[in-house]
Ligand binder design. Structure first.
Ligand code: SF4
Ligand code: MSK
Length: 628
């Protein structure tokens, strides 16, 4: 295997060698065995929606058995991806809302950001005067839970968008109603014998994706901030070099902060720290992975061990006592890799049980006790570590993280008012865009995809954008990549062009800002929406883009679709499975422009994609400068 063609991460390359020596199979081995992927799957024109199929579209068989053509089949598959992604983000949000309904002054979960709760309560017309904060929290949680299944009305957060954007959604009839209703409607409409019109399938995909961005994900982010604290700027480190030889290493992987927050607390429990010492370790070392990693680094500065493609490699270090997971983006392969070492692979969610893992159910009702038991299991496993199998790679990078919208406002106000004003606005950012000091802002987000070389597209594109005075904000595994490659250090401003470098110096920020997990793409919506409002514009008028260079999950398809539906042009480094329908490509990469003011652009060459983005931002600026 040519490791350099697999990943640009040097730690990963070292561990791939080790995996080979240890006889452990990883995703990269499987990638090599999958010589050619199914062409029908890649094009999206294979249908197995009913039991008469699978039906595959070829020149000789241009229709499935029911008569569905390639446009219908591709459109249905696309819509189902959007529904899957929306369901995942939103079900995560539902759990956080349930957690808030359980919050109490002396319970496992307390309210950490009262001001944010009061603001939300007022937005949602929940009485706040003279009421106990927990009564307010419980009522707000009930209102949020109704957002999933309310029989009438549209998503509450839509009214936070600029008025012009709200009108676009209303005129097109894509205002999302209850979250579950939108997901269910897609599952119903894509059942055999329902919608057989590609335009209509994309129309309902737009509406459902907005139920993700402007409802499910937004609830997930806001409620997490209220319960666990709104992230503030802090220092951390990233990459597998954060594992420590003499400590009990615990990796937190998955998505929902309800579990990881409790594990963070339990890992600081004096009794458990003492137990770690009793078993011969110097202490407990927590490290995050994927989006759980992003959640805990944003709020606690917990170090990031790595991204989606490094989950198996973390275990290959031989130094991990427990890999604790909840939901989403967890390789089933971890069970097999863990068996090659002493690592306990601990699953915790009834929504993501994995064969051959150690299942220790985590419940919000008994959260702290459950977390303690899980951490204890990890500590007791330290004695089983085989020193001869340990190889912790050296590289790690420092990073400044924690840029919630409030943190960004705080940093900006520092410049304008020499003090932090919690009621600050994004006007300084708008002014930088107006003057052209910043040419634009790019949200570079998403996963790693084995179709390319891990991390290459992310890092190539981010570096190229900051070199052209485009501020980068990032979430998900894109954020982990940026942290690993040093782009979240303040010194990285040296890689930026003069305008961005000056802004970074004045505002004291890195050129790439960590906004959180994949659910937290809703923070990007808020930044763009508030900036547009500060300029009395629509979101599509700003020189702002979304980029998903290495996307892979259905959640990413939902994100990309709601970003476009919000008026933000979106650039993909991997072609979605829609090429089988010329009409689908025509709409997604063309006609959406007239409908929602933005569209998709796809190019699988990262260097070329970066140049297209830069040139498109300059084109957007011409119109933007006329409007301001
Ligand atoms: Fe084939 Fe139509 Fe059934 Fe799809 S829904 S599997 S195209 S018969
Ligand atoms: S974890 S969805 S690989 S960003 Fe959110 Fe990373 Fe993508 Fe999963």
């Amino acid at each position: 295997m040519d490791k350099k063609m697999m990943t640009i991460d040097l730690n990963s390359q070292v561990l791939l060698d080790k995996a080979e020596r240890d006889g452990v199979e990883t995703m990269y081995d499987r990638k090599q065995s999958f010589k050619a992927q199914c062409g029908f799957g890649l094009q999206g024109n294979c249908c197995r929606i009913c039991g008469m199929g699978p039906c595959r579209i070829t020149p000789k068989t241009p229709r499935g058995l029911c008569g569905a053509d390639e446009h219908v089949i591709v459109g249905r598959n696309y819509a189902r991806m959007v529904a899957g992604g929306t369901a995942a983000h939103s079900d995560h949000a539902r759990d956080i809302a349930h957690t808030m309904a359980l919050a109490s002054r002396d319970g496992n979960y307390t309210i950490k950001d009262e001001a944010k709760l009061i603001t939300l309560a007022k937005e949602w017309d929940v009485e706040t005067e003279g009421r106990d904060i927990y009564d307010i929290a419980h009522e707000v949680a009930d209102v949020a839970l109704m957002e999933f299944g309310k029989p009438y009305g549209v998503a509450r957060f839509l009214k936070n968008a600029p008025a012009k954007r709200q009108k676009v959604w209303k005129d097109l009839g894509i205002e999302p109603r209850a979250i579950d209703r939108e997901v269910t409607t897609i599952m119903h409409s894509t059942h055999i014998g329902c919608t057989a019109d590609i335009d209509s399938l994309i129309h309902m995909s737009l509406r459902t994706s907005l139920a993700d961005g402007w409802a499910g994900s937004m609830i997930g982010t806001r409620f997490s901030d209220i319960l666990f604290g709104t992230p503030t700027v802090r220092e951390t480190e990233a990459n597998l070099g954060v594992l420590e030889e003499n400590k009990v290493n615990i990796i937190l992987h998955g998505h929902e902060p309800s579990l990881s927050e409790m594990i963070v607390l339990a890992s600081e429990d004096p009794e458990l720290v003492e137990l770690a010492k009793e078993v011969g370790a110097e202490g407990i070392n927590l490290a995050g992975m994927c989006c759980t990693g992003n959640e805990v680094t944003m709020r606690h500065g917990v170090k990031t061990a790595g991204d989606f493609h490094q989950q198996e490699l973390a275990i290959v270090t031989g130094a991990v006592e427990a890999m604790i997971v909840d939901v989403q983006c967890i390789f089933p392969a971890l069970a097999k890799v863990a068996k090659c070492y002493h690592t306990k692979f601990i699953t915790t969610s009834p929504k993501a049980k994995i064969a051959e893992s150690t299942y220790m159910e985590f419940s919000e009702e008994t959260a702290y006790e459950d977390a303690r038991n899980i951490v204890k299991e990890a500590i007791l496993n330290f004695k089983n570590r085989d020193k001869s199998k340990v190889l912790i790679p050296e590289l790690k990078s420092s990073a400044t993280v924690g840029y919630s919208l409030n943190a960004i406002l705080g940093q900006l106000d520092r410049v304008v008012n020499s003090q932090i004003d919690p009621a600050g606005t994004l006007k300084p950012l708008a002014d930088c865009l107006k003057s052209g000091v910043l040419r634009g802002v790019a949200g570079v987000v998403g996963c790693n995809n084995a179709k390319g070389i891990s991390n290459k597209a992310h890092i190539t594109i981010m570096k190229e954008l900051i070199k052209n005075d485009i501020l980068v904000v990032t979430t998900g595994c894109g954020a982990s990549a940026a942290a690993k490659f040093g782009l979240m250090t303040k010194e990285a401003r040296k890689l930026a062009c003069k305008g961005l470098a000056t802004v970074c110096e004045l505002v004291d920020i890195p050129p790439v800002l960590h906004l959180g997990s994949c659910v937290d793409c809703s923070r990007i919506l808020e930044v763009v929406s508030e900036t547009a409002k500060a300029l009395d514009m629509d979101m599509c008028d700003l020189p702002v883009v979304g980029v998903a260079p290495e996307w892979m999950s259905e959640k990413a398809v939902a994100i990309g679709t709601y970003v476009v539906a919000s008026g933000i042009d979106t650039y993909l480094g991997i072609m979605p499975p829609v090429k089988g329908s010329s009409r689908a490509v025509e709409i997604l990469c063309g006609e959406l422009q007239d409908m929602v003011g933005a569209k998709f652009t796809v190019n699988e060459n990262p260097e070329e994609l970066a140049q297209i983005i830069i040139s498109d931002i300059e084109k957007k600026r011409v119109r933007f400068e006329k409007l301001v």
